[in-house]
Design a protein around this ligand. Structure first.
Ligand SMILES: [Ca+2]
Ligand SMILES: [Ca+2]
Length: 373
């Protein structure tokens, strides 16, 4: 049962003094702050949220019977908040939902969602459709049946995804062809930022910007180990790009700053046929199976990037690419890595949610490659 912490005794008092008027009391709006401790109350709290509602979820694992969803908008001054209670650990598990279910779907504006894990989705874990002004902080999407975190639809504007962990996703029906760590696909809208993400061991790509026609900014993000067949699938079809930065004929100038890709089965960073002026600045591609950077057809701007040990080579770039200050450009040296042991990259995040401290792929350079933080 919900514990409504901002109950209004005056309402009860009014009911008493009204006497027979009880029957015509207006429906009491959901209180501003709702603390929930079971799956039914969680579902109802999400369903009934209105601008200003704060939903706090007590620690534990919740297995709702159906997708948690809302079309209710917050406002910029009165967002809707969904978060863990205090510092408690909350896991929302999709296992009990029907096949094909997403765990959490918003078609809504101005929600702040934080400190929650969405695991074992039957399909995608979290989908925000045509959302404006949502903030996602320290969310984890784990081991689902399609992409972990998705922004989609026209009117996808000014959303920030900060410190997302998204891993272990695999779409069995399509032999892993579709399940990405984070997908910003099939839509448009400006001002979308992904920062501090760790996107790994997904069957398809780390991040996929397929058919999204407005620039997306990605920074301080790691994509690794994607597209590796970890499921014994004899018809495995995952692509395994760390950063798949386009597709479906869109020409769009996405931006990737200070991020890294390693150990992916495909390319570290790829235009994926996007001919727009993609900007890739101070990133590192290490030991990906194909190219570190694959920009064969478009007009990307590659600056101060570091490619080492990639199976296909450092870069495949077409004549329209601008390339300067990268370690494949003439006269630019390759600083040595302090460490190529990736084990620390799996460590817990800092208390504020930032990426774990590591020396992996750091060089100390102030001019080239990702700083890995
Ligand atoms: Ca794919
Ligand atoms: Ca993909």
């Amino acid at each position: 049962m919900s514990r409504r912490t901002v109950l209004t005794p005056l309402t009860a008092l009014a009911a008493l003094t009204l006497g027979a008027g009880v029957a015509v009391l207006p429906t009491q709006a959901q209180a501003a702050t709702v603390v929930v401790s079971n799956a039914t109350d969680l579902a109802n709290a999400v369903k009934n949220a209105t601008a200003g509602t704060v939903i706090q979820v007590r620690g534990g694992t919740y297995s709702p019977a159906a997708t948690l969803q809302s079309t209710a908008n917050g406002t910029s001054s009165a967002p809707i908040t969904l978060t863990a209670y205090g510092s408690e650990t909350v896991k929302i598990d999709g296992s009990a939902m029907p096949a094909g279910s997403w765990i959490f779907k918003l078609t809504a504006d101005y929600w702040n969602v934080s400190n929650l894990t969405f695991q074992n989705a039957r399909d995608s874990a979290v989908v925000c459709q045509s959302c404006t002004g949502t903030n996602w902080n320290n969310v984890k999407t784990i081991n689902g049946g399609d992409s972990g975190f998705t922004l989609t639809g026209d009117g996808t504007v000014d959303n920030t995804v900060r410190n997302l962990d998204s891993y272990g996703h695999y779409d069995a029906a399509n032999h892993g062809e579709n399940a990405d760590g984070i997908a910003v696909k099939f839509g448009s809208g400006s001002g979308n930022l992904i920062t501090g993400a760790r996107l790994y061991n997904n069957s398809d790509d780390g991040i996929d910007l397929w058919s999204f026609s407005s620039p997306v900014t990605v920074e301080h993000t790691w994509a690794f180990g994607n597209g590796v067949n970890r499921w014994g699938d004899s018809a495995f079809a995952g692509d395994g790009n760390g950063y798949k930065l386009g597709g479906d004929g869109e020409a769009v100038a996405h931006v990737v700053n200070n991020s890294a890709a390693w150990g992916n089965a495909g390319n570290g960073f790829t235009e994926n046929s996007n001919t727009g002026a993609i900007v890739i600045n101070r990133t590192t591609a290490y030991a990906n199976s194909k190219w570190g950077y694959y920009f064969a057809t478009g007009s990307a701007k590659l600056g101060r990037n570091l490619a080492v040990g990639n199976g296909g080579g450092a870069v495949n770039k077409g004549s329209r690419v601008t390339s300067a200050g990268n370690n494949w450009d003439s006269g630019v040296s390759t600083p040595p890595f302090r460490s190529t042991d990736a084990s620390s990259t799996y460590n817990s995040r800092s208390s504020s949610g930032t990426l774990p401290a590591t020396t992996f792929l750091t060089t100390g350079s102030t001019t080239i490659g990702a700083t890995m933080n």
